[in-house]
Design a protein around this ligand. Structure first.
Ligand SMILES: Nc1nc2c(ncn2[C@@H]2O[C@H](COP(=O)(O)OP(=O)(O)OP(=O)(O)O)[C@@H](O)[C@H]2O)c(=O)[nH]1
Length: 392
């Protein structure tokens, strides 16, 4: 399963974001380091279900009237403070946890109501722009430290006649979630001496930065937009980086209201329907939220997760079926499964995602929408419904 980590300063709203996105209870409090252990939960990205193209909606558990929720793993990593790579705050433990993620949502307090260490200050008094780069810098410096720490061993290995720098570096960085192909691409674009003994700190830092950028793309969730001064949000949105305005607290309130049948809301909706049974105070709170949502097109929580998976990681959703005309599995369940695959994946990749036996026995595939056989090199598109014919 794809893994998204929530990173950022203490008190930016990561736990609230996590609780809302997974609807699991964790400690939420307004003091630094509420989150002590990495929390791991299941959340979802939202997409249009192919059943919208048919007369009847499907009955898959993860489909809500054509709104399809595809599972991903969400990690709530405890707050990072500047200097974490040197062990400040809760330090390296959390940087370690970030390595398990495919993509990172950097939650910042766009209201400027927490200082650089995550301590509460007057709203607007801290510049949230300062909180954006430091997560990247902390990761880069931390990884550069690991590279440096291991360099002696790289130098030692370089004395062997079979020494291959790509291989040795790929091995060293695999713990960071970097694949050999990614390392090879990074090395191709970097200028560096062939002999590891001639590498300088600058070379190692450049390697760390490029590997981090390639393996841990980041989207910023500019959180607390419900209280953030417009001027802060506008400046954040002008940056040349992906920034999504969010209100994690708003999302949590909406999900709880929907759970209690007080509101009509599905994650990622741009509007909320307010139920009859609400109190005046609840109505006022929900109406206030609805106003913010109208301004930003929703609470942004679902949008941030979607951006991470569909835009940064460039994945698509494909739906394997056994019956190409009914779009169902062998038991008649319509569109029972959805798989997230990297853009450019083929039907064979989908077969392997379903099961390695199905992949091994792959014969051909049929596009269930057109009922035509597709070639083995066909690149799957978002929402494709595919029947795989396999010997297994
Ligand atoms: N106004 C507003 N407050 C929020 C929002 N999201 C979170 N908060 C508040 O911000 C404070 C900190 O939230 P947490 O979710 O505990 O922050 P955290 O980043 O997980 O903090 P650590 O666990 O210390 O790393 C709490 O008082 C939340 O209620 C939001 O969208 N708007």
């Amino acid at each position: 399963m794809l893994s998204i980590a929530l990173a950022g300063k203490p008190n930016a709203g990561k736990s609230t974001f996590y609780t809302a996105a997974t609807m699991a209870e964790v400690d939420v409090a307004n003091y630094p380091f509420t989150t002590i252990d990495a929390n791991r939960g299941v959340s979802y990205v939202r997409t249009d279900c192919p059943c919208l193209e048919r007369e009847e909606r499907c009955t898959a558990d993860d489909c809500e009237d054509g709104k399809r929720y595809v599972p991903i793993e969400l990690l709530d990593v405890a707050g990072l403070v500047p200097g974490a790579h040197e062990g400040k705050g809760l330090g390296n433990q959390f940087l370690d946890e970030l390595t398990n993620a495919d993509v990172i949502v950097n939650v910042i307090d766009a209201s400027g109501g927490t200082n650089e260490k995550g301590e509460p200050v007057d709203v607007g008094s801290h510049d949230p722009l300062e909180d954006i780069d430091f997560v990247e810098e902390e990761m880069d410096l931390w990884l550069a430290g690991i590279v440096e720490h291991n360099w002696e061993s790289v130098e030692r290995k370089s004395r062997s006649p079979e020494f291959d720098i790509d291989e040795v570096l790929a091995d060293m960085l695999s713990g960071f979630g970097a694949t050999p192909t990614q390392i090879a691409t990074v090395l191709r674009d970097l200028e560096y001496p062939a002999d590891p003994i001639q590498w300088t700190d600058d070379h190692r830092e450049a390697l760390a930065r490029d590997v981090r950028q390639r393996t841990k793309p980041i989207v910023v969730a500019a959180n607390k937009i419900d209280v953030a001064p417009d001027e802060h949000v506008d400046r954040l949105l002008e940056l040349d980086k992906p920034v999504i305005p969010t209100t994690a607290e708003g999302e949590l309130a909406l999900r709880r209201a929907a759970d209690a049948d007080l509101a009509d809301y599905d994650p990622g909706d741009e509007t909320v329907g307010i139920g009859d049974g609400v109190s005046d105070a609840q109505r006022e709170a929900l109406e206030g939220l609805a106003e913010r949502m109208a301004e930003y097109g929703g609470t942004g929580v679902q949008e941030a997760l979607n951006y991470a998976v569909y835009d940064l990681l460039e994945h698509i959703t494909a739906y394997p079926v056994e019956d190409a005309s009914k779009w169902s599995d062998g038991s008649g369940n319509v569109l029972p499964d959805a798989f997230l695959l990297p853009d450019g994946s083929t039907p064979v990749d989908l077969a392997y995602a379903v099961h390695s036996d199905i992949g091994d026995g792959y014969l051909h595939a049929v596009d269930a929408k057109s009922s035509r056989e597709v070639s083995d090199s066909y690149e799957l598109e978002e929402g494709d419904v595919i029947k795989i014919v396999s010997t297994n």
